[in-house]
Ligand binder design. Structure first.
Ligand code: ADP
Ligand code: ZN
Length: 428
């Protein structure tokens, strides 16, 4: 029923395991130049419960940058076998190093994650992630092979070839980013096939924030089940938290990570079930352990037990990064709020773009929205009515009225990797 019995370990034993591994991690981390200094006054005896992790200092992305390239490593560089780097969505990239054992453990976590949402060794997986420094390529790849699935490293782009591979080799599992998946059904139809008759059954979607509405849209148009996949290069890559077949939040693999959710302003834990910043400590990584890493990702713990019987706590879908928040005219807006509204409207197509600009002395927000062909009519009054409706729906959610520009489907440029949802041209 589970890939690894540890997934259903009772909470007391799980906590005992975390305490033991946290102590080892702190001792090991001290072998790196960075933590040797940072943890020099810390007494290991202070750790008796998992929540004692709170006594340790945070590690930030700036710390990683300041230690670039080797300052976080617990052993000589020749003991490492792999390097990845974050895609650098925000600022300079950071380098992450893996020993052979780190690679093996990551592959195990990844295999467990895929098993958890229903993948089996008889499945055929096609990975549409870019390979290279981005962990969504090799990370998923190794996990898929570890589970025993036939694995097709298709890489990003070239939808026509993707579709041919899927049909020729009976692909049942796709790894695909949500913004690409939104287009896929349409492309399949353009190639003359019916999405309902494609061999696929499971899509692993993640790597970028997306709403429940987007998940539903992908599931309906592609005739597939989508499972949310969370990770980041600093924490290995994918395989940190994953949805099970119940699709009610992502289980964080707590035998490998200690997860906390804090108030990003005060650094204190938020009350159970409230949204805050996810902070993660790696407790099985030997080459480059991270203690209380500030992910900047916003989520909450989902209270209660999951029906699947796994005991590892679940996090809710990521609502965005702490640094994603747009402040306009004193109002705080998250791009995900805009997405939720738009994707719930039947007239809206696959893509949208939020543009910020300065007009005169004030900053403005414009939302470009792709409209489905059948709603893109010549009658101006109808279009204006739709424009107003979208502006009003958005205003109810974000508390200010945006400009809305309706555009034809496929007219907003797509990026090859993660989608760009916000363009900020405000005068600084
Ligand atoms: P970068 O930080 O340069 O984008 P990564 O490729 O490591 O590099 O991306 C990790 C980030 O991607 C996470 O911190 C998070 O913001 C986002 N992310 C990953 N998986 C998900 C997911 N399932 N839902 C929402 N956001 C995600
Ligand atoms: Zn579950």
């Amino acid at each position: 029923m589970y890939y690894d019995p540890v997934e259903a370990l009772d909470r007391d034993s799980l906590e005992a395991l975390q305490v033991e591994r946290l102590k080892k991690t702190v001792a090991n981390a001290r072998k790196s130049p960075f933590y040797k200094e940072r943890l020099k006054d810390f007494d290991l005896d202070e750790i008796t419960r998992a929540s004692d992790v709170e006594k340790l200092p945070f590690t930030t992305k700036d710390d990683l940058r300041s230690q670039y390239p080797y300052g976080m490593l617990t052993r000589p560089v020749d003991e490492f076998v792999r390097l990845h780097a974050s895609s650098g969505t925000t600022g300079t990239p950071t380098a992450i190093f893996y020993t052979q054992r780190d690679i093996d453990r990551w592959a195990d976590l990844m295999a467990r994650s895929m098993y958890c949402c229903g993948c089996r060794r008889s499945d055929v997986l096609q990975n549409t992630s870019g390979y290279g420094l981005f962990t969504g390529g090799l990370g998923i790849h190794y996990g898929s092979e570890r589970l025993g699935m036939l694995t097709i490293p298709a890489g990003a782009g070239n939808t026509k070839r993707q579709i041919k591979l899927i049909r020729d080799f009976n692909v049942t599992v796709l790894h695909i980013i949500p913004s690409f998946a939104l287009y896929f059904a349409q492309r399949v139809r353009e190639e003359g096939f019916d999405p309902a008759e494609m061999p696929w059954r499971i899509a692993l979607i993640g790597a970028e924030p997306h709403s429940e509405e987007v998940r539903r849209k992908i599931e309906e148009t592609m005739h597939i089940k989508c499972y949310n996949s969370y990770g980041m290069s600093e924490l290995n890559g994918p395989g940190v938290a994953f949805e099970c077949q119940h699709q009610k939040g992502m289980h964080v693999w707590e035998d490998a990570y200690i997860a906390e959710i804090i108030d990003p302003e005060t650094g204190r834990p938020v009350p159970e079930g409230e949204v805050g910043e996810l902070v993660m400590t790696t407790i099985t990584r030997e080459g480059m352990p991270l203690i209380r890493y500030r992910t900047r990702d916003l989520t909450r713990f989902i209270p209660g037990q999951c029906e699947c019987g796994r005991t590892h706590r679940r996090i809710d879908r990521i609502t965005g990064r702490a640094d994603d928040m747009i402040i306009l005219k004193g109002v705080n807006i998250y791009p995900m709020q805009v997405e939720q509204c738009l994707m719930a409207m039947p007239e809206v197509g696959h893509n949208y773009l939020i543009e910020l600009f300065t007009e005169g002395v004030s900053d403005q927000l414009k939302v470009k929205v792709e409209i489905k062909d059948e709603y893109f009519v010549e009658d101006m009054r109808v279009l204006q009515g739709l424009q107003k409706k979208i502006a009003k729906t958005l205003c109810n959610e974000i508390l200010l009225t945006p400009r809305v520009e309706l555009v034809q489907h496929d007219s907003i440029p797509k990026s090859e990797g993660k989608a760009v949802r916000v363009v900020d041209n405000r005068r600084k």
